[in-house]
Write a protein that binds this ligand. Structure first.
Ligand code: ADE
Ligand code: ZN
Length: 360
């Protein structure tokens, strides 16, 4: 969608941004179910409207969006399709310079698989393993609870996680609609404590359908390592200062926030204010097939809207890798690839400068 009018090697050109080594840390499996699944079967029944020109679905708000996920994911009952969905995540990652993905999955949306979560993650594991073998993209899974689910169901899921310790599932998360659920920090806190004690990483959706108080709860009560979205923290300057001082990373999804009505436009999106205030931010797609975006698109849009320079893009990519749940060795490798890429990108300009300095 962006014209590559500049030389591909020029920093901040679409091709340069595409190749910039990065991770994607806020990506829902539910948002990676191909659109034709919905279009073929569920669109009419679930009331999805499609934008006539782009063919992308239109969503009224988060609640309507989550209902569509229920519908589309329920249509995936075959293990081979799950494997393909996972494999395709790796294909898209590789095509966007993404070396590692943290993929959130929420069993609430997958009724066919509720009785066999072990089988569910087994299929995903096979798809991601094939993706790693073919494209070198590593993937971790984050099991997500739902803000609005009955408390006993969340407990059951955490019991399962801790007992099964399935391959590739490295984190506990919580998503869903906080404006419907209200303050749930205290309810979920013991579950996050248990998961942390058992060695799982943690992240939580907050500051999307909740205000700054949701972000505060995620950080202070759930004690998560990373906040998914977190953008409404920008409404509370003291909280912004605290997030910056504690270096709490926010994994932000600009297009999702616009499409779900959290913000009205990219120019008014708080990502730039948060970043400029010293909060570590990464850029992600949330639900790429439903929003019709790629990671490269998201980086490009921010670059154009906020005039991001190579150094800023490098920082954002670094945050994405550092805040990911990749294995330490993999992180070191990706960070080295990023350093190398940035050195290379800046080398011609630097060399030119050095030689003109030397001539004086
Ligand atoms: N599940 C998938 N996308 C989501 C979002 N943006 N917010 C909450 N839950 C989600
Ligand atoms: Zn999300």
């Amino acid at each position: 969608m962006f014209e590559a009018s500049r030389p591909p090697d020029e920093p901040c050109s679409p091709e340069w941004i595409r190749r910039l080594p990065k991770a994607e840390v806020h990506l829902h499996l539910e948002g990676c179910v191909p659109l034709d699944t919905i279009a073929a079967d569920g669109a009419r029944r679930s009331g999805v409207d499609f934008e006539p020109q782009t063919g992308t679905p239109l969503f009224r708000d988060l609640a309507a969006f989550l209902a569509i996920l229920d519908h589309s994911c329920a249509l995936v009952t075959d293990g081979g399709r799950l494997e393909k969905i996972a494999y395709e995540i790796a294909v898209r990652a590789a095509a966007n310079g993404v070396g590692h993905v943290d993929v959130i999955f929420n069993p609430v949306h997958w009724p066919a698989w509720r009785p066999d979560l072990q089988g569910f993650v087994g299929h995903l594991d096979r798809g991601f393993a094939a993706g790693e073998a073919d494209m070198g993209v590593t993937a971790s899974l984050c099991l997500s609870l739902t803000r609005t689910q009955p408390p006993g169901e969340s407990v059951e899921l955490v019991d399962w996680l801790l007992a099964a310790r399935p391959d590739r599932v490295v984190a506990l998360s919580v998503d869903g609609n906080e404006s419907v659920a209200g303050h749930t920090g205290r309810r979920f806190a013991p579950l996050f404590e248990r998961a942390r004690g058992a060695g799982f990483r943690t992240c939580a959706h907050a500051g999307e359908s909740s205000g700054p108080e949701g972000v505060r709860d995620a950080v202070d009560l759930l004690r998560v390592e990373r906040v998914d979205h977190g953008i409404r923290a920008a409404e509370d300057p003291a909280l912004v200062e605290e997030l910056a001082a504690r270096a709490v990373p926010l994994d932000i999804c600009p297009t999702s926030n616009i499409r779900l009505g959290v913000v009205t436009s990219l120019t008014t999106h708080p990502i730039e204010r948060l970043r400029a205030a010293g909060v570590p931010v990464s850029v992600n797609t949330d639900d790429p097939l439903l929003f019709g975006v790629s990671v490269t698109d998201e980086y490009l849009r921010c670059t154009e809207a906020f005039s991001w320079e190579p150094v800023v893009l490098g920082e954002v990519a670094r945050t994405s890798i550092e805040s990911s749940f990749a294995e330490p060795e993999r992180k070191r490798w990706l960070l080295a690839a990023l350093d190398h890429f940035l050195e290379d990108a800046c080398a011609p300009a630097q060399r030119g400068k050095d030689s003109s300095d030397g001539g004086l």
